[in-house]
Design a protein around this ligand. Structure first.
Ligand SMILES: NC(=O)c1ccc[n+]([C@@H]2O[C@H](COP(=O)([O-])OP(=O)(O)OC[C@H]3O[C@@H](n4cnc5c(N)ncnc54)[C@H](OP(=O)(O)O)[C@@H]3O)[C@@H](O)[C@H]2O)c1
Length: 306
């Protein structure tokens, strides 16, 4: 079977499509025939080469481990894989703690856009950010892979959602339900005249530094990117933390229910064949992206994409 692996540091040019044996499931693992895989940035912390690429998959159950009692061959599933395996592949082993039934009302291409971005949004807003109905949240980067799902989830929770985006994305995030949209190119969010209960920071750097002033007393700043200053948080009487997204089957199942109820819709801006993975990865790193880019691993007919 085919799998995309990165063979040395050096960006998309270091990606190769390798031939490897079919994986075998152990205990409650399943083997998924991958239909589509979400494209995410190359992890710069790779420790060992060749490293498998891709953590988001949507596909069809091919083989069940002896203790995988919840699954049957032919079931459609989507998953966030641990970093030890790669989803840019024909087949991948998935653990029971990582996988949920795929939403029945969307194709594999759109389902593959969800796990990493959706769980990063869920865990940032609800687990680390403890967002409550009626609270105000400022989401930096509301048009990106994580941000466009975070805007919809925060609205579903009953929060007042403010988001910063490039000028070209204002109408897009309004259509997702954002209450207030700040054009990062022409406005300064520090001058918006409101304080928020939560900053969900998907930008880091200067944007994170500039965010302290918009936090209400007792508020929270959460980022999946860089560790916020604990000294600054203490000074201001706020909470601040960095987290890394974790696979979580029950949370993914909950996101699936929201999608099936038509309350969240993932947006896919570009689709590439697996053979064009380097092109997809290069595009992600060098162009504005609305929502997600996805690899059509099985070919458009099988992935349900038109
Ligand atoms: N630690 C973890 O667990 C974890 C998990 C997943 C992702 N991440 C990281 O989280 C970050 C966000 O991921 P993503 O997938 O959502 O990224 P993305 O798809 O690239 O989205 C970023 C979005 O923010 C926009 N943007 C750029 N500068 C901005 C600014 N100053 N203010 C407001 N919006 C701005 C971008 O617009 P343009 O495209 O026009 O620049 C784009 O729409 C990435 O760095 C990713 O690597 C971390």
């Amino acid at each position: 079977m085919k799998i995309v692996r990165i063979h040395h540091f050096g960006g998309p040019g270091a990606l190769e499509i390798d031939d490897v044996p079919m994986p075998k499931p152990v205990d409650d693992e399943i083997v998924l025939r991958v239909c589509a895989a979400g494209v995410n940035a190359i992890d710069p912390s790779v420790a060992r080469f060749p490293a498998p690429m891709g953590r988001d998959v949507s596909g069809v159950v091919e083989i069940c481990g002896v203790r995988a009692k919840s699954w049957r061959k032919g079931d459609e599933a989507f998953a966030l894989l641990g970093p030890d395996r790669g989803g840019y592949a024909d087949y991948v082993v998935v653990r029971s703690t990582e996988v949920a039934f795929k939403p029945s009302n969307i194709d594999h291409i759109h389902a593959a856009a969800v796990p990493l971005a959706g769980l990063t949004a869920w865990q940032g807003l609800f687990v680390h950010g403890r967002l409550q109905p009626g609270q105000k949240v400022l989401i930096h980067g509301g048009a990106g892979g994580i941000g466009h799902l975070a805007v919809q989830m925060a609205k579903l929770k009953g929060a007042h959602v403010i988001t910063t985006v490039p000028g070209s994305e204002i109408e897009f995030v309004r259509s997702l339900g954002a209450d207030r949209v700040i054009d990062q190119d022409t406005e300064r969010f520090e001058e918006m005249g409101e304080r928020v209960n939560l900053v969900f920071d998907l930008m880091a750097g200067r944007t994170q530094d500039r965010s302290w002033g918009v936090l209400a007393r007792g508020a929270t700043l959460v980022s999946p990117l860089s560790e916020p200053s604990q000294y600054k948080a203490l000074q201001l009487g706020v909470r601040a933390s960095r987290y890394t997204v974790q696979p979580n089957a029950p949370q993914l199942a909950e996101i699936c229910r929201w999608i099936e109820a038509g309350r969240i819709r993932p947006h896919v801006c570009r689709v590439y064949d697996l053979d064009l993975v380097a092109e997809a990865q290069t595009y992600l790193e060098s162009h504005p992206v609305r929502g997600k880019i996805v690899l059509d691993v099985a070919g458009s007919a099988e992935s349900g994409f038109q």
